[in-house]
Ligand binder design. Structure first.
Ligand code: AMP
Length: 136
């Protein structure tokens, strides 16, 4: 895997507002926040995304997401957090080093992340069956 900007942060080669670190993960403020307090949680092991990540790395990252989310929420007086992660270019992934976004959400903010659509008749069953078959 190619070196990424996040590896440079892990190695302290470039500055970042690091808010938490342990043996397996690091968390720092996103330099272009969706909302103040927007934090990224990153494994120190360089995996690209969900498609090449091992269970242990993902578990470590999610432990850190759980651990720091209340502090992110409370630091900016938010009411909840949006936890988002982009996997693959088509999904908007820019930095190809696995990471989860913790984005503070306020009760009356105007963010609209997810459009909601309807399935054509039969499509849900067809797609669900393809997913069941594809699980390894
Ligand atoms: P994505 O790969 O689309 O999930 O998002 C990558 C995120 O990394 C973006 O939100 C960027 O603002 C953020 N980012 C890129 N470079 C840095 C950096 N040097 N320090 C902090 N955040 C960064």
């Amino acid at each position: 895997m190619e070196d990424t900007i996040f590896m440079k942060i892990i190695r302290r080669e470039i500055p970042a507002e690091i808010v938490y670190e342990d043996a397996d993960t690091i968390a720092f403020l996103d330099v272009k926040p969706t909302a103040p307090g927007h934090t990224l949680v990153v494994p120190k092991k360089p995996v690209q995304n969900i498609f090449d990540a091992d269970d242990e790395t993902l578990a470590a990252v999610m432990r850190t997401v759980r651990k720091i989310s209340p502090a992110v929420r409370d630091a900016v007086g938010a009411h909840g957090v949006h936890i988002n992660s982009n996997h693959g270019e088509a999904a908007g992934q820019i930095v190809f080093h696995l990471h989860f976004h913790i984005i503070p959400r306020h009760s009356r903010d105007e963010f609209r992340f997810w459009p909601q659509n309807d399935y054509l008749k039969g499509d849900a069953a067809t797609i669900a069956e393809k997913i069941r078959i594809g699980i390894k």
